[in-house]
Design a protein around this ligand. Structure first.
Ligand code: ADP
Ligand code: MG
Length: 388
């Protein structure tokens, strides 16, 4: 039984800094093992460019998987080569084997469908059925996600089922008030979600790096802050559309501005329309939403019954600029109703800031996949399974 998971965890050398995706994959693995399957796990890790690269080995992942399950987990030193075949032959019912990073093979992400198909055929010789559970990659047409599913009897796993159930609650008659909180680095990454969710939501709160393009759209000067000039008009359009549809599009009223993009930089809280009115002038960089805005955002969240949050409110990796993100996480953790955290960095942020997964209704494992679903796009990795 071939099982595609998304075990693409953040690594610091060979140590895993957030094992959330491994833990999210356990229910399906355990279910299959309990049913007596010989479970062969496929996953990618990082971007190794189609060739074996020690830095992206799944070895730490296989080890962590073994620790979490309390069983011996085998690891093949290739994905579909001699090591994989030799390891599969030795398996008995209930055994668990991890194959090496699928992206060590050019066929995985090739833009040539024939090349992908050939790699999928090699993978297909290793098992007799396929379960797709790597929610984080279902928006990708890649060999181990798409072409492999065409070749073997296939089904979706429990993680995909859970993720979709939550995403449906965010799109089909969500409980109101409904608030979407957006942040992170780029407007262009998230703009599609705004357009699709605008008719559904009551409030859209915007922070993070993307907020400066919105502030620029309001005519404010944003100094050296992150700015996507080519998105200013789009932001203006959404501000107008939100107004027409009676949606509160809330921008921060205060900003933490730093002299440089650095953890120990000098910084100040200023009004959002006075970003250049600081000692740092036109080189000042907005690094977080201010305390007043954090309180306003928290209040909107606490009064909501459904909240979807994607993208940190500031550069949370630097302690001085993590307060906005912490305030949002805190409000989500205490609200009544469905709270969903989406996005790889957002998920990492809440864990780094010390929140337990159980504080939230759901932490999505796939940022890109969740966003594409919420944008109303069809996801190839689900379509191939006959879903919906
Ligand atoms: P997610 O992975 O949750 O979807 P993104 O990848 O869109 O989130 O963005 C996360 C990144 O955005 C973080 O690394 C964070 O440091 C960065 N970020 C947040 N606020 C700012 C800001 N004001 N300026 C620059 N980068 C920011
Ligand atoms: Mg990210």
């Amino acid at each position: 039984m071939l099982l595609r998971c998304d075990l693409n965890v953040p690594l610091d050398g060979t140590s895993i800094t957030d094992d959330g995706r491994i833990r999210a994959s356990l229910p399906t693995i355990e279910r299959l093992r309990a049913a007596g399957a010989r479970v062969i796990v496929l996953s990618h890790l990082g971007r190794p460019e189609g060739t074996p690269d020690e830095r992206f080995s799944l070895a730490p992942v296989a080890q962590r998987l073994g620790e979490l399950l309390g069983v011996v987990v085998g690891l093949a030193s290739d994905t579909a080569g001699t090591s994989a075949h030799a390891s599969v032959v030795k398996m008995t019912d209930g055994d668990l084997l991890v194959l090496e990073n699928v992206r060590f093979n050019t066929g995985e992400t090739s833009s040539d469908v024939e090349v992908r198909r050939r790699f999928a055929q090699e993978l297909a010789t290793l098992g007799d059925a396929y379960v797709s559970d790597g929610f984080g990659v279902v928006h990708r047409k890649q060999a181990s996600v798409y072409e492999l599913a065409e070749l073997l009897p296939s089904a979706a796993g429990l993680l995909i089922e859970t993720e979709l159930r939550v995403l449906e609650r965010l799109t089909v008659s969500p409980e109101r008030p409904y608030t979407v909180v957006l942040g992170g680095s780029k407007v262009s990454d998230k703009i599609g979600v705004i357009s699709h969710l605008l008719p559904l939501v009551d409030n859209i709160l915007i922070g993070g790096g993307m907020v400066y393009t919105f502030l620029a759209a309001m005519g404010y000067k944003v100094g050296g802050s992150l700015l996507e000039s080519d998105q200013i008009e789009t932001c203006q359009r959404y501000i107008a559309e939100a107004r027409e549809q009676g949606v509160n599009l809330v921008l921060p009223s205060d900003i933490v501005v730093g002299a440089a993009f650095a953890a120990d930089t000098e910084h100040r809280v200023v009004d959002a329309d006075e970003l250049e009115d600081t000692p740092f002038g036109a080189s000042g960089i907005g690094l977080d939403i201010g305390p007043q805005s954090s309180e306003v955002f928290a209040q909107y969240i606490r009064e909501s019954r459904t909240v979807f949050w994607n993208g940190p409110a500031g550069v949370f990796e630097m302690a001085a600029f993590a307060n906005g993100t912490r305030a949002i996480a805190q409000a989500l953790a205490t609200m009544h109703g469905l709270s969903v955290v989406g996005g790889g960095d957002s998920a990492a942020a809440v864990r780094i800031l010390g929140f337990d997964d159980s504080a939230f209704g759901h932490i999505a494992t796939g940022g890109g996949a969740s966003l594409e679903f919420l944008e109303g796009k069809s996801l190839p990795g689900l379509e191939v399974l006959g879903w919906p």
